[in-house]
Design a protein. Structure first.
Length: 195
């Protein structure tokens, strides 16, 4: 048993680690949604893969929304544990961070909902979750197709702008992750010299 008191690292609770894990899975999901959405909107109607890409895009949107709901419950658990012990200091930095994150959560819901408005307005019974037909959220209405298309487009690209702002705000984390990534892909000299 050591008599010297060594400062221990601050422990992150398991709920916070869980939240960060969900964060990265959702990041991958939204990246897939942006890539497939951009790709499928540029394809000609005759391209055979186009309808399958649309179905995959919609399925991913449903999956990401389900994970988002789970994430919100975990976030509330983290906030409950954190802020029942000690109230936050309402600094301008804290308010900016909360405003940005709240905006991100709103966009994470609004973009897929606008996509469902577009899909359901265009044709009823056309949203499937990996082959399972889902009930319509909105009635078929040709007058709403263009509104749905515009909403989905502009909300998606505004969401992307907010993601970029979030990335800039978290530049220290991004730098740290980039260093870890480059270390894993860079071959180590000591391994090659032993062969």
């Amino acid at each position: 048993m050591s008599l010297v008191n060594t400062p221990s690292k601050p422990r992150q609770n398991s709920a916070f680690k869980h939240l960060m894990s969900i964060h990265w899975w959702m990041s991958i999901g939204y990246l897939i949604l942006f890539v497939t959405g951009t790709l499928m909107s540029r394809l000609q109607d005759e391209v055979f893969i186009r309808p399958y890409l649309y179905d995959f895009h919609k399925s991913m949107a449903i999956l990401v929304m389900a994970v988002l709901t789970w994430r919100i419950f975990v976030l509330l658990r983290v906030w409950w544990r954190k802020y029942t012990k000690k109230f936050p200091k309402f600094t301008s930095e804290w308010i900016k961070t909360v405003a940005l994150h709240t905006s991100l959560y709103i966009f994470m819901w609004a973009v897929p909902i606008a996509g469902f408005l577009l899909s359901n307005s265009y044709k009823s019974n056309n949203v499937k979750f990996f082959g399972i037909l889902l009930p319509d959220m909105f009635p078929q209405n040709s007058a709403m197709v263009e509104i749905g298309r515009s909403l989905h487009f502009w909300l998606a690209y505004t969401f992307l702008a907010f993601i970029i702002l979030h990335t800039i705000q978290q530049k220290k984390v991004v730098r740290s992750l980039w260093k870890k990534f480059t270390k894993t892909i860079t071959p180590r000299n000591d391994l090659s010299s032993n062969q």
